[in-house]
Design a protein around this ligand. Sequence first.
Ligand code: BES
Ligand code: ZN
Length: 463
Amino acid sequence: MEQVVSYIDTNKERYLNELTELLAIPSVSSRKEHQGDMQQCAQWIADHMERIGMHSVKIFPTEGHPVVYSEWLEAPGMPTVLVYGHYDVQSEEPVNLWTSPPYQATVRGENLYARGSTDDKGQAFIHFKAVEALLKTNGSLPVNLKIIIEGEEEVGSEHLDSFLEEHKDLLQADLVLISDTSMFEKDVPSICYGLRGIAYMEIELSGPNRDLHSGSFGGSVHNPIQALAEIIASLHDDNGRVTIPGFYDDVRSLTKAERAAYKKLPFTDKKYAGGLGVKVLYGEKGFTTLERLWARPTLECNGIWGGYTGEGAKTVLPAKAFAKISMRLVPDQRSAKTAKLFEKHIKKIVPKTVTVNVRTLHGGEPAITPIDSPGVEAAVSALEKGFGKKPLYQREGGSIPIVVQFKKILGIDTVLLGFGLPDENAHAPDEFLDLNNFYGGIRTSAHFFNELPKFWRGKSKRR
Ligand code: BES
Ligand code: ZN
């Protein structure tokens, strides 16, 4: 491993340049105008897989964006790892708030700034480079490896389920390894064992049959923006609880042990609030901030629009108002059921003065992953070697919808080994990746593949 680590060190510069190339492709999965970029990005990854020495590289078209597959299966008797990542990113908007252009990766201080740097191109790339270092140094890997990189994670992984169904044999493995989460904080590596699910909704409220002069008509009809604001405001009570009937019915309670463990983590509300620039935090009464983030469901308005929002004033009473609302879910809530509860409730409370249309945009189930597995033991050992520190165990508030599907469709548990940081501005302007975590991540990934067979011995094997 010494030689592997020194290979990584010698090739630091080139690794960074290659990542810069990958980050230059604006692979925004939600936008039709980026369809060509999605293809190009998949191709870039496929070419890269060939270059680092992976075999059977293939781009699988789906009904949405393509999946890139590759494998290296020449370690008979050794466990098989399925690495998953995503090459799609969320839109760079608002672009004027970026310090440097979102698709021109720029180093400032110890960070690399670009859309996708931490979520998730940079983190997926960490494994590519560990594989390269192992293959170029040793001519082989200590484990069997399959890699799939998809292009629809940021829009709910809609077509990945059927991809898993159709390629059950091809994707058979002993464990899934994903780096698409964060460490607890800088220099505090962690293993994530829980993710929230999501139900993403859109509301369209219609009032009058056309935009109206707000002087001539104001006072005679219910402004749909006002009606929408009233609806959204009513979705939380004074205790910060979601008011949709049945919303909390299936929520699994936190165990005493979990609550006690979270209290021991190095976290204070004051520091957290300070980092976010808010004076006081907000959330469901009766729970700590970490509990609310990781183990309680929430409802957020992601966007609201309608009427006139351009420069200067325009006196208009708009015909329509819209909102995008997402609900983060925890075990044992279900996305489709929650979406139905939401729709039913909105239709019940909407005033007679307007009409409503509720749509589900996407969904994903919450996940809890085992922490007493050989994969997690190997990850702990690898983090100690890569970062010189024992990791702590945490959950996260974000969602990776495919984690549950790996278990359901393929029967495989996931190890969530995140190299991001919670303040790296994922989905926002000035997204960045801490370069210490980039290189530490590559070392850790190489160690993980090297450690896994040791922990696997004597453990039950799938094949
Ligand atoms: N990398 C994130 C998931 C994540 C976020 C994990 C924060 C831990 C902490 C992932 O790429 C993501 O953003 N997923 C979406 C999924 C959704 C669109 C279905 C999310 O959580 O918003
Ligand atoms: Zn994301």
